[in-house]
Design a protein around this ligand. Structure first.
Ligand code: NAD
Ligand code: MG
Length: 398
């Protein structure tokens, strides 16, 4: 490749997770073009150390301060030059520093907001997987990114598909868009009626039929909250009103989303369900680079099916639409209640159907407020977490 192209220095926030692993896989295929300069994780020091041994970043950060000594000593014992850091502030400051030019935002949940914002404010190329930060603070984040000249490339497969469909035309592509159609696999419980969902277990919920992902997003896919979060995400990323976003269930997960234009054309992006494709788009854009993912053999796949989502069995999708329409702090309230409920479900403290019930409870109890400042959004997030924790504590197994 052209030796004049500077080496891309990539910070991977959420390096020990599913997106982190896919990112490192793609980067390792292009040693002359890019390297992982910063690796950050939540609390699993051993997993982070293992990644440091393999990828030799300049900096490693563990969010949990209790992990600092083990990280520092582990790096030293391995004879690595990687510098150890701890705490959320260290992640934010590295994400905004000259130690990287590209940031992969792959921390799960609202915990990823501040580092995502730091990268946006510093004008980085931002490979945005952390959809919760857009749901919580979409207007703020997109505004700050535009002001600083940060280039957001969506990593969520649906939004990456839409990004590709729009960019395949000209820079003013959005002008001719009639609607955006997000596809959804339907998750592991597609086709079940509401009453059949009462007793499903965490193990069944995280067993996604098509994608291999972290536990939180897997449960979100099972409740269809994931698609609800993605509708809000698309609204902010592509600056399109909710009324022009639709959801179509497509069990094969080969068509990743579609854009319909005013001239009657519909463009779709297709491929095998493997996040390395979307990460390669983000790392290489506007060039196409190898990702390790095979091409799509439609003959062997055989067929593509489409059906309408079942909002009766999966009310989370409806709740997310409502929160988006309500605007203000409502999406922040929805997201926080969902994070708490999903965590309680994964711990076996509540049943599957309590997830939508708790989200609905938070949305109907907490007053909607304007959400023009980060402070107001974080306050709504905190209130909703507390309300939902209390509801779970007072009525276990709701
Ligand atoms: P995961 O659970 O596999 O990994 C999460 C990562 O975040 C881990 O590295 C963990 O250590 C880190 N982390 C957790 N809490 C943290 C904290 N407080 N501070 C710093 N780091 C913290 O999750 P995932 O499946 O990789 O998903 C990551 C994000 O990407 C989510 O927002 C998810 O919705 C989004 N996403 C994932 C996929 C996928 O295929 N996995 C697809 C689309 C979008
Ligand atoms: Mg998605």
């Amino acid at each position: 490749m052209d030796s004049h192209i500077p080496l891309r220095k990539v910070a991977i926030l959420g390096a020990t997770g599913s997106i982190g692993a896919s990112t490192l896989d793609v980067i390792a295929r292009h040693p002359a073009q890019m390297r992982a300069s910063v690796l950050a994780a939540g609390r699993d020091v051993q997993a982070l150390l293992e990644l440091c041994r393999r990828h030799q970043p300049d900096h490693a950060v563990i969010a949990d301060p209790a992990g600092f000594v083990a990280l520092r000593d582990g790096l030293r014992d391995a004879g690595l030059k990687t510098q150890a850091h701890a705490g959320a502030e260290a992640i934010d400051s590295l994400a905004g520093s000259d130690q990287c030019d590209t940031v992969v935002a792959a921390i799960v949940g609202a915990a990823g907001l501040s580092s995502t914002l730091a990268a946006a404010r510093a004008g980085k190329r931002l490979l945005l997987a952390n959809k919760e930060s857009l749901v919580l603070a979409g207007e703020l984040l997109t505004r700050e990114a535009a002001a600083a000249g940060a280039e957001i490339i969506p990593i969520d497969s649906e939004h990456n598909a839409i990004f590709q469909c729009l960019r395949s035309r000209d820079a003013r592509a959005e002008a001719g868009v009639r609607r955006i159609i997000l596809t959804a696999s339907g998750g592991p419980f597609r086709g079940r009626r509401r009453e059949q969902l009462a007793s499903v277990t965490p193990a069944q919920a995280v067993a996604h039929p098509k994608w291999s992902m972290g536990p939180k997003i897997s449960v979100d896919s099972a409740t269809l909250m994931n698609k609800g979060l993605e509708v809000i995400e698309a609204h902010h990323l592509f600056n399109i009103p909710g009324a022009r976003i639709e959801v179509l269930v497509h069990p094969q997960s080969l068509v990743h989303s579609l854009v319909e234009f005013i001239d009657g054309s519909t463009l779709a992006q297709m491929g095998l369900p493997d996040m390395r494709t979307t990460l390669a788009v983000g790392l290489g854009w506007p060039q196409r680079i190898e990702s390790g993912v095979a091409g799509l053999d439609l003959l062997s796949q055989g067929r593509l099916d489409f059906e309408a989502p079942d909002l009766e069995a999966f009310p989370c999708l409806r709740l997310a639409w409502q929160a988006m329409e309500a605007g203000g702090s409502a999406p922040a309230i929805l997201n926080a209640a969902n994070e708490v409920a999903v965590s309680a479900f994964l711990q076996g403290r509540i049943g599957f159907l309590s997830i939508p019930a708790l989200v609905e409870h938070a949305l109907s109890t907490l007053p909607g407020a304007p959400a023009d400042t980060l402070q107001a959004l974080l306050a709504a997030d905190a209130q909703s977490r507390q309300l939902t924790e209390t509801a779970i504590a007072h009525s276990p197994h709701v």
